[in-house]
Design a protein. Structure first.
Ligand code: NAG
Ligand code: NAG
Ligand code: NAG
Ligand code: NAG
Ligand code: NAG
Ligand code: NAG
Ligand code: NAG
Length: 388
């Protein structure tokens, strides 16, 4: 009798568990009082839905349905118990006034296994046009200490500052995103990575007013592929080289297009003192198309944009093992390839292979190739003629 009872109990538990397997518990913000009139602040409702989803014993999903939701600066904090999906089907609207201490609009932090998706319809509207040029503006979405996570199928428009900022994150995938802001919108970087490791960015369409992708201090193992950039300032490594900065290593950029951007592939380091030299090394840029790009390939170790660097000294960032392979297209400026390296730490092992860049101005003289303190080799098809 007892054995039969135990067997029955077991069966019920097993069926219940099988049912739970791969199920996702949904937490719809509307059930927590969210109102999609685009005006009323929804922070309390979103926070309640997040807290329940995050503490759910299993996989959970916060669902933001169709509609327009106004949301003030908010922090979604982990750790959570299972995979936490954050599904934005509707439009989220940023505030145009906020407390001066807020630097980001939607912040995710200390989360492992976050699955952020816009399901192809979700939009983050930064409402930038109301505040561009103002002092205290918000990054649209930021991730701090987030690991093993996805960000996908989402559209960010008119961010006030950077669209996506990723800091101290590990093993994240950014895919199927659209990032849009006007070419003259200030500081609207597309995706900005700092102190990160193991980031994959693919199938992203970026048109913005600043860097499409910016890779800053302490970042390594980044794969970028199938990215379209334009308008924008290109894919930039740096600026690095100020005191406290850390090396940037293993960056792989493949099959990307730059259209009408000011830069294509740029590495910039500060002309500043640095107690311990750091590295920017082991980068590969492969299968890149440029259309009407001002500076398709540029290394600038004398970076000092406003011209008022306090101690202008040769950069102490050692740039090495940079391979440019199959870079083609039209160049809008006079210099197609520009290597301005440090006098004290010349660039080492710079390889240019199959570089074909022409001017669209149809002048007799095409764009040029310029070298300063650079060691390396070039082979394959080369236009303009290389100086390494
Ligand atoms: C949670 O989601 C992950 C990833 O999709 C899946 O592998 C796992 O089986 C799910 N767990 C449960 C309890 O449903
Ligand atoms: C959500 O909105 C989109 C665009 O407005 C519409 O195409 C879609 O049918 C809506 N979905 C639902 C479930 O209402
Ligand atoms: C993430 O969300 C998408 C869309 O809802 C879903 O297809 C995918 O299975 C989810 N992934 C995980 C790991 O939960
Ligand atoms: C990207 O999004 C499109 C449209 O929403 C979808 O058809 C496609 O499967 C997605 N690709 C990936 C890799 O998620
Ligand atoms: C980058 O690509 C390489 C080669 O395809 C692969 O081995 C590595 O795991 C990828 N890294 C990331 C972070 O996606
Ligand atoms: C390269 O990127 C373009 C879009 O930028 C895409 O259409 C094409 O499929 C990609 N090629 C490969 C081999 O992934
Ligand atoms: C490049 O940008 C111009 C201007 O926006 C556009 O007309 C053209 O179709 C784009 N070319 C490609 C290949 O995307």
């Amino acid at each position: 009798m007892l054995a039969k009872w135990i067997f029955l109990m077991c069966l019920i538990v097993c069926i219940a568990e099988a049912h739970e397997l791969n199920s996702i518990k949904l937490f719809n913000v509307e059930n927590y009082g969210a109102i999609s009139d685009g005006k009323i602040d929804n922070n309390v409702a979103f926070m309640s839905a997040w807290n329940e989803a995050c503490n759910w014993n299993g996989n959970a999903s916060v669902v933001i349905p169709n509609g327009s939701y106004m949301l003030n600066p908010i922090i979604f904090k982990g750790p959570c118990k299972g995979w936490t999906t954050f599904e934005i089907q509707g439009v989220l609207k940023a505030p145009i006034t906020h407390s001066f201490s807020d630097i980001s609009w939607i912040n995710f932090r200390y989360i492992d296994q976050l699955n952020l998706t816009g399901t192809g319809t979700g939009i983050l509207d930064g409402q930038g046009p109301w505040v561009w040029g103002h002092k205290h503006v918000l990054m649209t979405m930021s991730f701090d200490f987030v690991t093993n996570s996805y960000v996908q199928q989402l559209h960010s428009i008119n961010s006030q500052n950077a669209h996506f900022s990723v800091y101290s994150c590990e093993n994240m995938v950014f895919t199927n995103l659209t990032i849009t802001a006007p070419h003259n919108s200030p500081n609207t970087d597309g995706i900005k990575l700092g102190m990160c490791k193991g980031i994959n960015i693919n199938n992203v369409h970026i048109g913005t007013g600043d860097d499409c992708i910016a890779i800053i201090s302490g970042t390594s193992k980044v794969n970028i592929s199938n990215v379209y950039c334009g308008p924008g300032h290109g894919i930039s490594v740096g600026s690095v080289g100020n005191e406290g900065d850390e090396s940037i290593e293993e960056i792989y950029v493949k099959n990307c297009t730059f259209n009408g951007t000011s830069n294509g592939l740029r590495i910039k380091t500060w002309a500043a003192p640095l107690e311990q030299p750091i590295k920017a090394s082991n980068f590969v840029y492969e299968d890149i198309v440029v259309i009407d790009v001002e500076n398709p390939i540029i290394i600038d170790q004398h970076y000092c944009p406003s011209g008022n660097c306090i101690h202008q000294v040769p950069s102490r960032v050692q740039i090495s093992n940079i391979h440019y392979k199959n870079i083609q297209g039209s160049c809008k400026g006079d210099v197609a390839v520009s290597f301005k390296c440090s006098e004290t730490f010349p660039c080492q092992n710079i390889i240019t292979e199959d570089i074909y860049l022409w001017s669209n101005h149809c002048t007799q003289e095409g764009p040029s190739y310029s070298c300063e303190n650079v060691n390396g080799v070039s082979y394959g098809e080369q236009c303009p003629p290389p100086c390494i």
